[in-house]
Design a protein around this ligand. Sequence first.
Ligand SMILES: [Zn+2]
Length: 403
Amino acid sequence: MSDLLITNIGELTTNACPEPAEGSAADRFGMLHDAAVFIEDGLISWVGPTAQAPAAGEVVDAAGRAVIPGFVDSHSHLVFGGDRAAEFEARMAGQKYAAGGIRSTVAATRTATDDQLRTRVRRFLDEMLAQGTTTVEIKSGYGLDVPTEERLVRLAAEVTSEVTFLGAHVVPAEYADRGDEYVDLVIGDMLDACAPHAKWIDVFCETGAFTVPQSRRVLEAGIARGLMPRVHASQLGPGEGVRLAVELGAASVDHGTYLTDDDVAALAASDTVLTLLPGVEFSTRQPYPDARRLIDAGVTVALACDTNPGSSFTSSMPFCIAVAVRDMGMTTAEAVWAATAGGAAALRRDDIGVVAPGKRADLVMLDAPTRVHLAYRPGVPLVKQVWKDGVTAWRKDQHGSAA
Ligand SMILES: [Zn+2]
């Protein structure tokens, strides 16, 4: 039995609203001041004022720093070969983003070995951890043939339980103008090969990718195999993808850059989370979605990085929070909630994203007195220490002057 007490936390974001402990005030994001967290065997067992903290075998003094739940990045595409820096450069020089660029990554991914892909994924996970991310969802979608899609979900399953089969990412070049035949493959042999490694089924429902009827076939086939649905929709223009996602009970519909009032109303009346991906708008020069409109309408909003080589090659949740606050109308409290508890909701998880007894001890200590610094100090590495299941998974370089 191992126990750990993190004490003297200047500002603790719990995302839980229990009765405020005596002497502390809780807001609707469950913020506590001068707080402590007690951890036993990887789980949080007590949260309260430092003055009332129990004794522990190991004590970490936060010295007034802020602590938040570990980030839950519910949307990433980490298993791929190659790089599209030249495409990014051309886009910044004025070229428009189109879904077809995915095909160049497909060619590079098919020729990469398992070990090359594995090494790359682990490097991305390390850089995410250093930025406070403790849970990552990973999609396939750069194989687009049966053997490569099977490799991608299998490699993803080596490092996360949140694996998404996205064979319907784009129609591959060899099926050009034969989208329906490609969907037959996705819901046939490809699903047979990938379903054992995956928890989720996903589809890119967008002009240039898959139509609404094709998307429905993909999602319904996945559901019939026991996978749970999530959808990419309304990234490049308005469409019916959001309403399809809501109708099929998707855990999340992701992007949502172009939403109609009907989409917003359907989301607000549903359990489907809308996951905003501000790295995409940043990297493709699209207009940012209006998170304020969604939150005010009662939609549950998550934030994720969508780490991928084409449209969003950031792995930084703090960066996404900064953009969401600066350009999408979110308060810092809402953005941090969306990047933690919101991500957990988008993955239908209730064991993470919250600092409360019984939850996993996935925590991030910031080298800052408040979570506001995540948006206030954009681009600055503010993560001091990360715990995953109560164990230190990352700590700021000892050579740094921040002691
Ligand atoms: Zn994506």
